[in-house]
Design a binder for this molecule. Structure first.
Ligand SMILES: CC(C)(COP(=O)(O)OP(=O)(O)OC[C@H]1O[C@@H](n2cnc3c(N)ncnc32)[C@H](O)[C@@H]1OP(=O)(O)O)[C@@H](O)C(=O)NCCC(=O)NCCS
Length: 203
């Protein structure tokens, strides 16, 4: 079987299918989901589609990270529910890593609440939180704000359960949080403490 990854912005004909795939796991309206995916572009964020011949079977999204020029944030990793357990998740990560490497990046970072073991099996190890960058245009704004706000935190707004909520137009520099119970515990938007594990891999 031939698996390959293509960028969504080069295969816009697969946008609806990609919406459906992501919605099998993270329910969003078609409009919200489409707008999220339509942001895919060569300069990141970039949605990668894994195809089996011409059939869409997986998706992963790469975004820039604040203050880490050589790293990308990996989100919205998903394999078609009917194709799980065949080693395709591992394959998707491998193809995504290859894509990132070819683009000159050295690390992939991600956060996970429940799939930590899967990622560790694929070579990721625990790390400290990183901050997603919305776009190149906003990165410089971020850097400027960071310089003037010594205490800018490194929280990540990405909620793996709601990739549609990854609103890249919203960039928050928030005041320093209270001490966390553990480095990988994080206060979510509804003030609940969730166990979000941050992982990284050198590619
Ligand atoms: C997580 C996901 C991408 C894994 O895809 P998959 O194709 O089933 O995974 P693979 O078959 O490639 O598994 C690779 C290895 O990870 C293990 N693994 C897969 N899912 C796992 C899980 N949830 N927990 C622990 N180990 C897992 C497999 O057993 C396999 O291990 P092995 O090499 O020792 O046999 C898929 O289950 C999925 O799409 N889940 C829903 C979306 C999601 O939660 N994404 C992650 C967001 S952080």
């Amino acid at each position: 079987m031939t698996f390959r990854c293509v960028a969504l912005h080069e295969r816009v004909d697969l946008l609806d299918k990609c919406c459906d795939l992501l919605n099998t796991e993270w329910k969003r309206s078609h409009g919200v989901r489409s707008r999220f995916l339509e942001k895919s572009n060569h300069e990141f964020p970039c949605s990668l589609l894994m195809l089996d011949e011409e059939m869409l079977i997986g998706h992963a999204r790469l975004s820039r990270i604040v203050s880490e020029e050589k790293s990308l944030l990996l989100t919205s990793v998903i394999i078609d529910p009917n194709r799980r357990g065949e080693g395709l998740g591992r394959k998707l990560l491998h193809l995504t890593e290859e894509y990132a490497k070819k683009r000159g990046f050295t690390y992939l970072c991600l956060s996970s609440e429940s799939k930590e073991l899967f990622y560790k099996k694929c070579g990721f190890y625990e790390t400290s939180p990183v901050q997603q960058c919305s776009s190149n245009a906003l990165q410089s704004k971020f850097e400027m704000l960071q310089k003037s706000a010594d205490h800018a935190t490194s929280t990540n707004e990405v909620d793996e359960k709601m990739p549609g909520a990854e609103d890249e137009s919203k960039v928050h520099i928030i005041p320093p949080p209270p001490p966390l119970i553990k480095s990988h515990y994080q206060v979510s938007s509804n003030d609940e403490i969730s166990k979000k594990c941050w992982l990284r891999k050198e590619i």
